[in-house]
Design a protein around this ligand. Sequence first.
Ligand SMILES: [Zn+2]
Ligand SMILES: [Zn+2]
Length: 98
Amino acid sequence: MGEDKGICRGLCKDHKVRKPRDGTSRYVSGQVRCQICGVFIAREACHDKEDRPARDETVDLYCNCCNCMVRSRPRNKPGTKHSKKSQQEEYNELRKKY
Ligand SMILES: [Zn+2]
Ligand SMILES: [Zn+2]
């Protein structure tokens, strides 16, 4: 276990990515979310369980910055109908973000 686990060391900002312009999902575009660092980063900024660079088929990704596991898939499958938020709430959230 590394000493730096769970701490953002600021390395992620070099790999921070923007939302794809064409509207495709970040996850589809190979971007992952690091909850510790609070940013979306490219897969290239991650490593796998064995500390090797992440590849396309790598499922378990760890942030190079904080060494924590990052999410490479959306939590909900696309098309899930059980949304806790109303459309109005989602609309409001979108407005806050952009
Ligand atoms: Zn970080
Ligand atoms: Zn991180």
